[in-house]
Design a protein around this ligand. Structure first.
Ligand SMILES: Cc1ncc(COP(=O)(O)O)c(C=O)c1O
Length: 410
């Protein structure tokens, strides 16, 4: 602990030096965690809005009604994007913002648990594909639910027949990813939601990554199996703006199909000295800046702006896929629908290849099933495709033994 304060310049210089030791979040050598566009206009917009709301608190919508309206408008924007049916006369919200995908998933699982308990289910169980994000297992852990994993087929899509056989009277929600983190694969949403509808239980579509990609792929005419609220049986959906919505961390949207279900998400308490306390998420005080930034970005880009970005991203993905497929000995896992690619090989130790790529300054992610590499492409990677493919081809042809680096997501 320092007793004496330090000069601003010195503190900032210290920070800059330390930041420089980590991967550059604006650059094109990181393949996940951040989603750089390479567009200074968008970064400047985020910066300007953030500054305006730097100290704002989104806890109390009654004290800051206009700030709260930004959240309502953002939630409605996203709801429309994913075709959540709107009841024109309803004054209720289709959902809320949260701090990120994990919190959206936690709150959805809680709501599904509460609905099940109200129906008399004794031990509410989440049924999720083995490729689903760990946030579902976390929800089961936090909320005292059981967690059952659905096996996947050869293409890493949830196996619907297996899902059917795993449903019990305790199953309260079926999860489908649109699309998955490990392999970028779209689960069979229509079939899984159909199962859920048949059993009158919830179906959560995890569009944390896909929510700001799939609608624009569809608008661009790419063939996409149905996955959003137009699918019968979908009850909840998580859509992260802080991923392919290109805003700084701290904002996701959780939507419910039914106007009444948002209220199950809200925790109400008035047995203390300072009046009714009501919050829709885990946090009490929470930053308003991510919400305001997401509102501003969606207003500025509009669906046209996002579609243009996705069109450009598609070209990057297509070039990267073609280049990978052309390298002898490695292949793409399954048939990814968007910008998340997993690589596998039956002849090459891809973790050893990853070590060579690390040494060349690429931060490729590792997968364990199947053993391989993983990349989440962002718009900025348009400038890195050729260099990455050249290094990858060389690393595949010339690599030593794997250094056994631990495979970790976080
Ligand atoms: C498919 C999917 N769902 C949920 C999440 C969780 O999102 P967050 O890290 O914002 O909590 C992620 C994160 O990468 C994801 O890829």
């Amino acid at each position: 602990m320092n007793e004496q304060g330090r000069a601003v310049d010195e503190v900032l210089a210290d920070l800059d030096e330390r930041r420089a030791q980590d991967p550059d979040v604006h650059g094109s050598r990181l393949f996940g965690l951040v989603y750089p566009t390479g567009r200074t206009d968008l970064e400047e917009l985020a910066d300007s809005v953030y500054k305006r709301y730097l100290f704002a608190n989104a806890l109390n919508p009654l004290k800051f009604p206009e700030q709260a309206r930004l959240e309502t408008e953002l939630v409605q924007w996203v709801a429309e994007l994913v075709h959540r049916p709107m009841n024109a006369t309803s004054k209720r919200s289709p959902g809320s913002t949260t701090s990120g995908g994990t919190e959206s998933i936690l709150m959805s699982m809680l709501v599904n648990r509460e609905r099940a308990l109200a129906r008399g289910v004794e031990r509410p169980t989440i049924l999720a594909p083995q490729t689903a994000h760990p946030a579902y297992a976390k929800a089961a852990h936090y909320f005292d639910m059981d967690y059952v994993r659905i096996p996947v087929d050869d293409g890493y899509r949830a196996d619907v027949n297996a899902a059917r056989s795993l449903i019990t009277e305790n199953t309260c929600v079926i999860v489908a990813s649109a699309f998955t983190y490990p392999h970028g694969i779209l689960d069979p949403v229509t079939e899984l939601a159909g199962l859920a509808g048949e059993k009158r239980i919830g179906c959560h579509v995890d569009a944390c990554i896909g929510g700001f990609v799939l609608p624009f792929l569809e608008q661009l005419g790419r063939p996409i199996a149905p996955w959003d609220f137009r699918v019968e049986g979908v009850t909840e959906m998580s859509v992260d703006v802080h991923k392919y919505g290109y805003v700084p961390k701290g904002v996701s949207v959780l939507l419910h199909a039914d106007d009444d279900w948002f209220f199950d998400q809200v925790f109400f308490y008035d047995e203390w000295a300072s009046g009714l306390y009501a919050t829709p998420g885990v946090a009490g005080a929470r930053p308003a800046a991510p919400v305001a930034t997401a509102w501003a970005m969606t207003q500025h880009l509009g669906t046209d702006g996002y579609r243009e970005i996705v069109a450009d991203l598609c070209q990057t993905v297509d070039r990267m896929r073609a280049g990978i497929e052309a390298i002898d000995g490695i292949e793409i896992v399954g048939d990814p629908i968007g910008p998340v690619l997993a690589l596998r090989s039956s002849t090459v130790d891809l973790h050893a290849v990853g070590d060579v790529m690390d040494d060349r300054g690429w931060n490729l992610n590792r997968n364990t099933d199947p053993t391989g590499l993983h990349m989440m492409l962002s718009p900025i990677h348009r400038e890195a495709v050729d260099a990455l493919l050249a290094d990858l081809a060389e690393a595949v042809a010339h690599h030593g033994d794997s250094r056994g680096k631990e495979v970790r997501y976080s």
